[in-house]
Structures are given as C-alpha cells and as structure tokens.
Ligand binder design. Structure first.
Ligand SMILES: [Ca+2]
Ligand SMILES: [Ca+2]
Ligand SMILES: [Ca+2]
Length: 358
C-alpha cells in the first residue's frame, strides 16, 4: 500500500514538472526519444555564413537552375528565437558569383506584420513556366498555407491563403500542383502538456494530409511527429521525416493521390526537413543531434547540427552517412541541407545559414 502511494507521488511530481517545463519532462522520461545522452558527431566542411541570414532559415529549397528560396525568422512554441520581427522570405542564386541572399518583396493582401514562415516547397508549372512558392505560415501560432507566384527577380505575388481543420499543426509541405500539396502535422494536440504526453507514451497520432481545392483528407497516419516532407525526382514516392521516431518513412504515391506505406529507414538522429537531389535521388536531411539541447537552449552549451545523406533509399541496403556535424559553435540547430553542384546550403531554426563546399 505504502509503495503504491510512493509511486503515485513520484508520478504526480513528474507530471507537475512536465506541466511546468517541457525539457525537464523529456529529460526525466524519454531520454531515448530526445537522444539526450548523445554525443554530437563532428565532421567539418569548408563553410561560410550566408549574408543577411541571422535569425534562422528553417527551410530552404532549390530549383533546377540553382535558385534557392529560404524561409527565415521562425517563431515556434518551445524553441528559441533571437528576433521579435516578423519572418521573411529570401532568394539566393547559387550560380551568381556573389551568392548573397536577397529579401523577397511580398505583394498582395498578406498581413506581413504577423508573417511567420516555416516549411516551404516550390512547384514549377511546365505548361507556362510559372513558379509557385508554397509557405507554411503561423500567424499568432495558427497554421495556414500561403501560395505565392514568383514574379520578376525579387517579388512574390500572394495568391491565396489556405486554412482547413485538418491543416492544424503544419510543419512542412510538398507541392504537387498549382494548388495541390501534401502537408505534415507535427502535433496532435495544441495544448503543450497534452502533446508532451503523446511523446512520452509513444503515441503515433500525427498524420499527413493531402490538399486540393476539391478535397482535403488524411492520407497517412501513425507518425509520432511528422516533420519534413518531400518527393522523389520521378514523383512516384513521398518521403516523410518522423522526427521523434528517428526515421524516414517512404510512401508510394498511388492513383488518386493515395499514399501506400513502403518502408522506413532509420537515421539515428532527430531529422527535420528533407531535400532530394534531383539528379541522384539522394535524400539530404538537416537534423538535431540532441533534442534536449535544442529544447533547453543554453548559449554556453548550444544544440549542434548534423547533416545526413541517404543514398539508394529504395534499395535493400540504403546507405546512411554523416555529411556535416558540428557542436553548435559554427551552426546551431540545423533543419535543412540542400546540395547543388558541389555546394551545400545548410539552414537552421533560429541561428544562421551556411554555404559549404562538398
Ligand atoms: Ca520543405
Ligand atoms: Ca515511424
Ligand atoms: Ca521542419
């Protein structure tokens, strides 16, 4: 009887700690999920900081002609931010000798004072060469998807805001048409403490949603937290990073935009966004080597960065390799890695962005 009472007291204390502080909670319960004991792997590359990017570039994606789009200045519950300013979008031409990111001017009806860009995706319409830029936006911590058209060299024309009850906690998207996309939800509950319980008890309740103007539906479920999403160069497969499960899930894209689960590849890290090399099909991942360090953010012992590549992902033996690893002294909290012709762009949640030579 006494032992039951003691046990209850321990649980009560831990639950109170959880309600007070997310990182203490993860630390107490699930060091396995947060990789809290993991040493940060180190692998150096020849890198320089991108100019003008000081408040993170959570997501970056690139067109075949070397034009990269960056979302910057994310404010996300539970994560650090160095800026109170609204987020911005940048464009960077990797074939230009200066390689300086240029802020994109946003025209149209979008409220820029609450712009909080997160995951992004671009869609090129081959019929008329239009380029559509899709951006997950969290004004006042809500989730919505903005669709822009990239016009001229430095302008995004806002076309449409998409909201839907199924798009409730969107992290990233991959566009498959001018108004069509798949989106990941990284949380099941909006309430922080309830969401924490789902992580602690290993509940895989997050999902992937397909959106078109005619239908919106859940197409895949069973994720602990669905983060980055992207598509294979032949557009037959969808890749999803189940960040809390430390793996990449692969789905075949069937008739009528149905997703069929194929397999998962373990990556041993908390991988965030996914980019795919359009020439080789290699998967590039920006990852968090230690989730506890990311959540508690101590500038004296900052969260590190890790870039992982998966080669031959569809074969029986995919090759998972470390391409860049840093203890946070160079780059804090990497989220995305984009290869392009011997170069590698690496973005982060709230720190800087790197341009490295591979
Ligand atoms: Ca993305
Ligand atoms: Ca999984
Ligand atoms: Ca992400």
């Amino acid at each position: 009887m006494q032992m039951v009472a003691n046990n209850n007291r321990v649980w009560y204390t831990l639950i109170v700690l959880c309600l007070q502080n997310m990182f203490v909670c993860l630390c107490c319960f699930r060091r396995d999920i947060s990789l809290a004991s993991r040493e940060i792997p180190v692998k150096r590359l020849n890198c320089q900081y991108l100019k003008n990017i000081d408040y993170g570039a959570e997501d970056i994606t690139i067109l075949k002609d070397g034009l990269a789009f960056l979302s910057t200045g994310l404010k996300y519950p539970g994560l650090h931010s160095f800026s109170d300013e609204p987020g911005k979008m940048y464009v960077l031409d990797l074939l230009h000798p200066k390689m300086t990111p240029v802020e994109l001017q946003i025209k149209g009806q979008l409220d820029l004072s609450s712009f909080n860009p997160h995951g992004i995706s671009v869609y090129e319409d081959e019929a008329d060469d239009s380029i559509y830029v899709f951006v997950v936006n969290h004004p006042e911590h809500k989730s919505q998807v903005e669709i822009f058209r990239f016009v001229e060299e430095d302008t995004l024309m806002h076309l449409k805001t998409i909201t839907h009850p199924l798009l409730h906690s969107v992290n990233d998207i991959v566009a498959v048409g001018a108004e069509h996309f798949y989106a990941t939800n990284d949380r099941y509950f909006h309430h922080e403490a309830l969401q924490l319980l789902t992580f602690m008890f290993d509940l895989s309740w997050c999902d992937v949603v397909y959106y078109s103007p005619h239908e919106v539906r859940v197409v895949a479920g069973g994720f602990k937290s669905a983060n980055g999403i992207n598509i294979s160069p032949d557009r037959q497969y969808i890749y999803v990073s189940d960040i809390m499960d430390h793996e990449i899930d692969i789905f075949r894209r069937n008739e009528g935009e149905q997703l069929a689960y194929v397999k998962s590849v373990a990556v041993g890290s908390l991988c965030d966004n996914i980019e795919v090399d359009h020439r080789t099909g290699d998967i590039w991942l920006g990852c968090h080597p230690n989730g506890l360090k990311l959540l508690k953010f101590d500038p004296e012992d900052p969260p590190g960065s890790e870039v992982i590549r998966i080669k031959n992902i569809h074969s029986e033996r995919p090759v998972v390799s470390l391409e860049y690893g840093d203890d946070g002294r160079q780059l804090i909290a990497s989220t995305v890695a984009v290869p392009y012709e011997g170069k590698l762009l690496i973005g982060s949640v709230f720190h800087k962005a790197l341009l490295c030579i591979l």
